[in-house]
Write a protein that binds this ligand. Sequence first.
Ligand SMILES: [Mg+2]
Length: 263
Amino acid sequence: MIRLISTDFDGTIYEGSAEHPVDPGLLAHLAEAKARGAAWVINTGRLCPDLLLILASLKIELRPDFIVSVERNIHRRVKGGYEEHASWNRACREDHRALFEAAQPGVERVRRRITMELGAEFYHDEWSPLSIIAKSAEDADRIHDWTLEECERVPNLRIVRNARYFRFGHAGYSKGTALGEIARLLGLPPAAVFAAGDHFNDLSMLDGAHARHVAAPANAIDEVKEAVRRAGGHVSRRRCGRGVLDALRRLNGAAPLQPGRKP
Ligand SMILES: [Mg+2]
């Protein structure tokens, strides 16, 4: 029985260009699951207020019980709002501060190499000493390789990639470990946890360690589909939210979604 459902947002349950950016069937399924006592977490790289603004603009009334923001911070729904999981978020902040100090020379090496060989957009915020937006998918693959090289030199340094976007992070705080912490708070084993994602930054919750039941929609990148298959999960033939709904229905033993409906 699934008691905790973790979904990435962009590209997994949200498709901005679609007629229904979040599939109504998936929302109905999530509402039913919540009514039965399951918890839903949106596990995203976005900031919490940003995510809530999108849900409000889509007139979606259903709210997740937890939000993991910036792929690392945990927020819990209380009385119509969200409060921080203070001990986790504080440790997360302190560990990142120490890590980024140690990683500064390597981060600077990456910045120089990208500037000299490719060019890219850089910015820095409180979440990463260097955030990178590659100019193209090809550039992003090369930048990914270079950042991985640097991460090997600094213990706990990880690169978090979503399409052409990169930020650095701490290995101890990812979508996967945050999901593990939420499961711990709820007293749930991995066998009661489901996770779905579509891109590199979702891999940490799709390897079977924190969620025994994993899924990817049809639009997921190949690396994610492979990880999901390796973990014995379901790769749907349907896109985004329809794909997640497809996977959840299978777990409940329901009949597959009717053919003829849009994929
Ligand atoms: Mg995504």
